[in-house]
Design a protein around this ligand. Sequence first.
Ligand SMILES: Cc1cc2nc3c(=O)[nH]c(=O)nc-3n(C[C@H](O)[C@H](O)[C@H](O)COP(=O)(O)OP(=O)(O)OC[C@H]3O[C@@H](n4cnc5c(N)ncnc54)[C@H](O)[C@@H]3O)c2cc1C
Length: 389
Amino acid sequence: MTTARLSTPSSVLEDEHRELVDAFESFVSRELVPLAAELPETTDSPPADLRAYVRLRSAGLGFYAGDHPAELGGSGMPFTAVVLLHQAAGRSGCPLAPYALAGSDGPSPLLRHGTEEQIERYLEPLVRGEAVRCLALTEPHAGSDAFRLTTRAVRDGDGWVLNGRKTFVSNADRADFAILVAAVADQGPTAFVAGMDTPGLRIGQRYDGMSGEPLFELVLDEVKLPADAVIGGEKGIGAALGTGMDSLSRGRLVVAAQCDGIAEYALRLGVEFARERRAFGERIAAYQHIQEHLVSSRAEVEAAKLLTLACARLVDAGTEAPENAALAKLTSSETAMRVVDRVLRVHGATGWVRGHPLEFLYRYIRMMTIIEGTSEIQKVIVARAMGLG
Ligand SMILES: Cc1cc2nc3c(=O)[nH]c(=O)nc-3n(C[C@H](O)[C@H](O)[C@H](O)COP(=O)(O)OP(=O)(O)OC[C@H]3O[C@@H](n4cnc5c(N)ncnc54)[C@H](O)[C@@H]3O)c2cc1C
């Protein structure tokens, strides 16, 4: 598991944060790689206590949730730096590295629009890596079409009562609190924050995903919440998707960066294997069909990385348009799927065997074209921006 870096066109955009990326890579190789070596070979998903250790250690070093300002517990790094760290985590091939950076259980952009009290009570512990959360938006009949929610929030005196069912919720089994999105009559989807021990809120069915990450159903049965559970207070009512929208680009670019890193790692495995493996008296690297797999992958990975980094710079400049992040997420996730597939072909049966990194990545990368909006939905966004439909 080396982290040697090729000199590539994208390194031009990486140089600005070179020291930070070097420091992160050295943390991964010095501290996380030895820990990962202790995990059984077929572990798809590291245990919760190990993830918590990695998260807290990384927060202590200033990497985790690093784009949050110092007064919230972050390091105030630009978003481009966060994207570079996610690319580096994937590129390392270390299965613990992604947990050193904030993901779906970390600080929610929705909470950045919270009241002062919500920021202190919920966002800050997330930034410090001390708490984890889940987001319950998807419903059995409302996935991509998130405006079709049937979970309802009804006013009850000063507070609210929520009823409904959420599905495919990540992290529900280890979250300290949930962000629940429910429809408020005439006002629209509204985000509420509730402790997982709130009466009436319970985990229902568990779904075991193909890469080992479980997802959960959340059942809301007469969940009573106080008035101050609405994220952002009164002005947050009906604003969940509007508020969420301006943060979607960041989430999509983080997924794009994760995909770029994984694709780069897979490509490195492919090149190393092709140089060693012999067939018909030659190293397979000499065969043009194998070169085609690897050179096409190299070209596509470079293009995807550059697009992701350019979009991250636009976010930092405050000029990012949602269709750019949609393009980047679409490009990077579909590229990573193709690259992992091709590199597995290059490995023959070796890459297919349980316990080989490619076998895991082949299953893992599938989710990247679904989360933060499917590839089809990214195309819908881009088509609209192009004045189509
Ligand atoms: C690993 C993982 C983690 C997840 N974590 C969470 C979580 O923490 N919280 C949460 O709330 N949800 C979570 N989800 C759910 C995820 O957000 C949804 O699966 C996603 O939004 C798609 O919704 P759906 O599965 O209902 O598919 P649908 O929306 O039913 O889509 C089915 C198919 O139709 C296509 N489609 C839909 N609309 C259009 C259109 N207008 N044009 C063209 N094609 C279209 C889709 O692209 C897809 O191919 C998670 C999912 C996965 C796989």
